[in-house]
Ligand binder design. Structure first.
Ligand SMILES: [Zn+2]
Length: 138
């Protein structure tokens, strides 16, 4: 329980509950298929098709469980957390400052006077802050 971070890799891990459930389903499905083939062999074709149908559905459900468990949560994939930052530059001395984006920021907007020379600093860039994972790759 104490170490939750170690399991988080590039490939999402399947929780053991899902594995156990899938295994139980697998055994159940195999049993049904076996009974189905036995019934078929002894001439009870209708009964056999029921067993085989149940067995196949069990396998389908098993595959679905694994698929669902492995797929990363949709929300996290579609809406990544982004932080927007504003870069302010002083044209007189070239001093650059970066702060988090504020409502109403736009490029070439005048910001507070430059702390170094007192010149009129302007916003030169508004962009997404680089995520730590991305920065590591550079
Ligand atoms: Zn300046």
């Amino acid at each position: 329980m104490g170490d939750r971070g170690s399991g988080r890799g590039v490939i999402p891990q399947v929780p053991w509950v899902v594995i156990l459930g899938a295994l139980a389903l697998g055994v159940f499905s195999l049993l049904n298929l076996y009974l189905g083939f036995q019934a078929y062999a002894s001439g009870r074709a209708e009964q056999a098709s029921y067993y085989i149908l149940i067995g196949s559905m069990g396998f389908a459900a098993m595959g679905y469980m694994f698929f669902r468990a492995r797929a990363p949560p949709l929300r996290r994939t579609l809406i990544p957390r982004v932080e927007v930052v504003t870069t302010i530059e002083c044209p007189s001395c070239g001093l650059k400052r970066v702060r988090s984006f504020e409502r109403g920021d736009y490029i070439f907007r005048r910001d507070i006077p430059c702390s170094k020379c007192g010149g009129q600093a302007v916003i030169t860039r508004i962009h997404r802050k680089r995520l730590p994972e991305e920065a590591r790759q550079l």
